[in-house]
Design a binder for this molecule. Sequence first.
Ligand code: GDD
Length: 409
Amino acid sequence: KVVAVIMVGGPTKGTRFRPLSFNTPKPLFPLAGQAMVHHPISACKKIPNLAQIFLIGFYEEREFALYVSSISNELKVPVRYLREDKPHGSAGGIYYFRDLIMEDSPSHIFLLNCDVCSSFPLPDMLEAHIKYGGMGTMLVIKVSAESANEFGELVADPVTKELLHYTEKPETFVSDLINCGVYVFTPDVFNAIEDVSTHREGRANLRRVSSFEALQSATRNLPTDFVRLDQDILSPLAGKKQLYTYETMDFWEQIKTPGMSLKCSSLYLSQFRFTSSHLLASGDGIKNATIVGDVYIHPSAKVHPTAKIGPNVSLSANVRVGAGVRLISCIVLDDVEIKENAVVIHSIVGWKSSIGKWSRVQAEGDYNAKLGITILGEAVTVEDEVVVINSIVLPNKTLNVSVQEEIIL
Ligand code: GDD
C-alpha cells in the first residue's frame, strides 16, 4: 500500500498571497476553477494501491472540513485533514502524525508541497524510486540560473541520479537543478527525522550545563520537534546513497504570489485539454458566449451570450457576466458581478466584488512583478466607467476614480 501526504501550511504562511489569503486558506484558492490542493490530490489518485491521502496543516479544522468530505466522495479515496497544534516544519509535521500515516503499514509515502503546480508524474517517480532502492526520491527540474536561488539547489549524479549535494536557497549559485517539493519515501524517513530530533535534544541538554549558548547558531536553537525536510534531512543525507532524484521535463512552477496563481491557472487549464476536457467551456456565440482558448465556467455562473471570454479565464460559482463584457487572463471568484461592456485583463477579481459598466480592470500581465497583475480583494466595488491599471485594491473598497500603479489600502 501507498499513502500520500500533502503539506498545506497554515495561516502564518502564505503571506505573499495577500490579500487573497485573508479569508480563504491559500490551499483552497481556485486555480482553473479547482482548489489549489485539488490538483495534487487528483494526481495522487493515479498512484497504484493508494490507501489514503492526508493533508497536514495548522489551519483550523473547520476550514478544511467541507473540502475533505466532498473530495473524498468525489475521488472515492479517503482524504483526511490532520491539524498540528503549531508548525513543526515540513518534516516535523509528518513525524508528528507518524502513527496515523503508518496505520495501513504503507510501503511508500508520497510527500507533496501544496503550493507547487506540476503534472505530478507520481507513478513514474515511484517506479524510479523502487529501481534506485534508496530511502527517498525527489522530483527535480532545471530552471534558469537567475531564478534557481529561490529554491533548494542540488547536484545529482548524471548516471545513477543519486543526490550528491543539496543547499536550500543558497546565496551563491550552486546549480540550476532544483527541488520541486514532491517526494516519495520509504517509512525509514521517520527514523531519519527522529535522529535529527534526538540530536537536537542532546545538544539542548548539553547547553544547560555549558555556557556556550551564545555560540549556538539559530538552527541549533530550534525546538527539538521542529524539523525542516530540506535543511535538516536532505542536506545531511546527500551523497550517502539514500536519496535520489527524478527529473521532470513537464511543467512546474511554485505558487507563492497571486501573479503566479494566474499563471498556474493557465497551466492547469491547458492540462485539462488532456485530462478533464469536460471542465472546459465551449461557446457558439449565439446561445452561449464566445469562448477563446481554455476557459472554465462554474455551472452556476451566468454569462451573457454577447460576452467574449478567454483565453485563460476561470469563473467561479454565481458569477454574473453582462452583455458585451470582454474577459482575458483572469480569475473571477464567487459571487462577482461584471456589468455591461466592462473589460477585465490579467486580473484577479475577489469574492462578491462588482465591476461597473464600461469599466476596465487590467494589467500588463507580468506574473513576477509586484503590480504585474491587478488584484481586487473581497467585496471591492469598481463604479461605472472607472479604469484600474496595475493595482492592488484591498477588501471592501469602492473606487469611483481611475487609478494606475497603486496599492489602495
Ligand atoms: N503542515 C505544515 N507544517 N506545513 C508546512 C510547515 C509546517 O510547519 N512548514 C511548511 N509547510 C508547508 C508549506 O505550506 C509548503 O506547502 C511546504 O510545506 C514547503 O514550505 P516551506 O518549508 O516554506 O518551503 P518553500 O516553499 O519556501 O521551499 C520548499 O519548496 C520548494 C519547492 O516549491 C523547499 O523544499 C525548496 O527547496 C523547494 O525548492
